[in-house]
Design a protein around this ligand. Structure first.
Ligand code: EPZ
Length: 436
């Protein structure tokens, strides 16, 4: 791999202008045409953290230039990385660790900063990361991450708002995750690649983003077997080398547009997808009567007049993803009867329900389940969003509602969706950013 051209660390993106973003939508317009899906945010974030495992350049292609990715790249810059962001690409290397401190603001903006713990410990024996931020969707614990790293020999304690971790050299362990955790699996996987000896991880998350990270780590020279299964075996190496990696498509972005295509009158081709990553959503939408044609890397979805209600429960992959729960809830307000959506992954992920009710939906929360009355006539209103996927659900609501919908604090949308207003405008939606 050519050495990274010595360029300045990426300047911290200016989030202030993002904080007061407001989106305005005039609903009821039919959406027709093609939408190209970007690379997966939740694959890119752990893969950027993996850069800390080598001194050589990693080149990423098909990178979604969303805010969370820019924040993660900036975090790498703060601790010593050199690199540059290109046109949906990133070239970056961590020749030396300049500072083990991942700043408060960076870590506060995205939870993914916790993914730096494993790689920094593995390569440098030291890490200081602020307690994770990200979406306020219920308790976001990281005890499985810390338990595993401590078993590997790390000494971890809290210092003000930081997690401080130290170790001489991590040791391979046998560890079964007490519960499914996507970033927990990714953190320990990355730590294990440079640990002394072999690590066997049980009850691993099966999300495609975990598999894509393993593909990158193998391209960097890691010795990993069991990819795609719940038991992964990693044989520690003394070092990893550079690589070039194309990020998988974002299944949550694809699922969001697939759901939009189900609205009456819409006819959308969703391009550049991995259909098998969305098997659970396809099953639910087809069960509701949606007209979806699947080809190699494309969904063609034609919105029907009436869709049947559904009973849905979120679960770890390959089950129905919690990250599509809010978006599906918006669609279910238009079904021909009462639906029930049970959220089993996070304990507080129904913020979108109250806001959708301001549009005229009738959603009641009963414990961990949303009961959604169908055939709701939605009318534009002023809404506020709190987390990334709730903001997508509100945009979908605005596309259905008659009249004008305003969504404040839309910065959240830009954390995880690349150019969503542009992509929707190209499909015929009347959507614009009215304040920047
Ligand atoms: C990842 O978050 C995703 N983020 C989330 O996407 C996604 O919702 C989530 O996985 C579930 O699929 C990234 O990949 C960057 P978890 P993560 O650890 O890893 C509990 C989005 O919108 N748990 O799988 O933080 C935890 O409290 C974001 O793109 C522990 O108790 O989620 C939660 O209830 C939102 N202890 C459940 O497990 C731990 O140590 C699943 O969490 C870790 C997790």
């Amino acid at each position: 791999m050519p050495a990274a051209r010595a360029v300045e660390p990426v300047a911290r993106p200016n989030f202030h202008h993002m904080q007061n973003i407001t989106i305005s939508i005039r609903g009821g317009k039919p959406l027709r045409g093609n939408v190209a899906i970007s690379g997966a945010k939740n694959a890119t974030l752990p893969e950027l953290a993996a850069v800390c495992l080598s001194a050589e350049t990693i080149e990423f292609l098909n990178v979604p230039l969303v805010e969370d990715v820019k924040v993660m790249h900036a975090a790498l810059g703060e601790i010593g990385a050199q690199g540059e962001i290109g046109d949906n690409s990133i070239r970056v290397a961590m020749p030396v660790l300049r500072s083990p401190l991942v700043s408060l603001q960076t870590a506060r903006t995205t939870r993914a900063s916790v993914l730096l713990l494993g790689p920094l410990l593995a390569r440098h024996g030291y890490a200081k990361v602020s307690f994770p931020g990200g979406c306020p969707i219920g308790e976001r614990k990281i005890n499985f991450h810390l338990q595993g790293l401590e078993r590997m020999g790390a000494e971890i304690h809290a210092e003000d708002e930081y997690i401080v971790a130290r170790c001489r050299r991590l040791k391979g362990i046998e560890y079964d995750f007490p519960g499914k955790t996507v970033t927990g699996t990714e953190n320990l996987l990355m730590a294990a690649t440079l640990a002394e000896g072999t690590t066997v991880l049980g009850n691993c998350a099966l999300e495609p983003e975990v598999t894509d990270l393993i593909d990158l780590l193998k391209e960097m020279g890691a010795d990993i077997s069991g990819s795609g299964s719940e038991t992964i075996v990693v044989r520690g190496q003394t070092g990893l080398h550079g690589a070039s990696h194309r990020v998988i498509p974002d299944r949550i972005e694809a699922g969001t547009y697939l759901i939009a295509g189900c609205f009456a009158g819409n006819d959308i081709h969703v391009l550049g997808v991995e259909p098998e990553h969305l098997g659970s959503l396809l099953e639910i939408l087809r069960g509701m009567g949606a007209d979806i044609t699947v080809s190699a890397r494309e969904f063609h979805i034609k919105g029907g007049k009436s869709l049947a209600p559904a009973e849905v429960t979120t679960s770890p992959y390959p089950g129905f993803p919690t990250d599509l729960q809010a978006q599906l809830t918006t669609l279910l307000t238009q079904a021909s009867g009462v639906s029930r959506v049970r959220e089993t992954i996070f304990n507080d992920r129904f913020h979108h329900a109250g806001e959708l009710n301001r549009l005229g939906a009738e959603i009641k929360i009963e414990g961990d389940t949303a009961v959604i009355k169908g055939q709701a006539r939605l009318r534009g209103a002023a809404l506020k969003t709190t987390d990334l996927r709730a903001s997508a659900a509100l945009v979908l609501g605005g596309l259905i509602a008659e009249g004008k919908t305003i969504i404040q604090n839309s910065y959240q949308l830009f954390r995880g969706y690349e150019n969503m207003p542009d992509k929707l405008q190209k499909l015929g939606a009347d959507i614009k950013i009215i304040q920047g």
